[in-house]
Write a protein of this length. Structure first.
Length: 83
């Protein structure tokens, strides 16, 4: 699967929640959908919500990937497994 297609699919998942409040439950649901998607393409990382209250107030989320003993951004993870 092409990297750009994966990015688009993940963006589509996040876009489903564009008008939702940035709560822990919403972020958990987004993370669960992203993990389901990654599992469907053969990637099995652990997703960790690192969103701070300040980030939530600004409407930002930060999901980090725990992979092989390291925490990295989703972008870093995709670069690792796709290159």
């Amino acid at each position: 699967m092409e990297k750009n297609e994966i990015y688009k699919d993940i963006k589509d998942i996040v876009d489903l929640y564009a008008f939702e409040f940035n709560t822990q439950d919403t972020r958990k649901e987004i993370g669960s959908r992203i993990l389901d998607y990654l599992s469907s393409i053969g990637a099995f990382p652990q997703l960790v919500d690192r969103t701070t209250p300040e980030m939530a107030d600004r409407g930002e989320i930060r999901h980090m990937i725990s992979f092989m003993g390291a925490e990295m951004s989703l972008d870093e993870y995709l670069n690792t497994i796709l290159e």
